[in-house]
Design a protein. Structure first.
Length: 191
């Protein structure tokens, strides 16, 4: 049973768990264990999620997650330090929320199929002399559950609560459902 610090924000007794508790949690810390399930921790996690926002972007011309990965491996798609980046005209106003653990969710062939963690936002000046925003990403593409998305211009904010879940480790190599099947399942409320 976890026994949180009574001086911190997490003041309730937790239910016994059959999982390991966060090694950073001690009786003198105000940080609750990561695997705790009590209501006060849920409130803290929701508060943390509210401080994080993601981006969603169409990956135009991309056929699959593999082709997105191949494009990002080219020198043209990388920042000077070799990390993949996406250059956009508009600088996100919610920069602090994005850099607080946000990701960019990629829409490929009409469905969200993967995401990448955003590491930083860099100023990029193009050959035309115009300042732009380079969204610098971690190289790892994390496959997500498919979620249909209609076409849109530019990027949009995506709240953490609305983002599709990551696929479990064993399912990351599965092919995405065909668009027609994905649409039919979404229409009947299965996905």
């Amino acid at each position: 049973m976890c026994m949180p610090d009574t001086n911190g924000p997490h003041k309730t007794k937790c239910e016994p768990l059959n999982v390991a508790i966060d090694s950073q949690f001690t009786t003198t810390s105000s940080k609750p264990p990561v695997n705790c399930t009590c209501d006060s921790l849920l409130a803290l996690r929701q508060e943390d999620m509210a401080k994080t926002v993601n981006l969603i972007k169409l990956s135009v011309g991309t056929e699959s997650v593999e082709s997105l990965s191949a494009w990002q491996a080219t020198k043209r798609a990388q920042s000077p330090d070799g990390l993949p980046r996406h250059v956009t005209r508009m600088w996100p106003r919610r920069e602090a929320e994005i850099l607080n653990g946000g990701s960019i969710y990629w829409v490929i062939k009409g469905a969200i199929q993967c995401r990448q963690r955003i590491t930083r936002l860099d100023e990029h000046i193009g050959s035309d002399g115009i300042k732009r925003c380079a969204i610098v990403l971690e190289p790892t593409l994390i496959r997500t559950q498919g979620a249909l998305k209609r076409p849109f211009q530019g990027w949009r904010y995506l709240q953490a609560i609305d983002a599709p879940m990551d696929l479990p480790e064993g399912r990351t190599q599965e092919e995405a459902l065909p668009v027609e099947l994905n649409q039919a399942l979404a229409e009947i409320g299965v996905i």
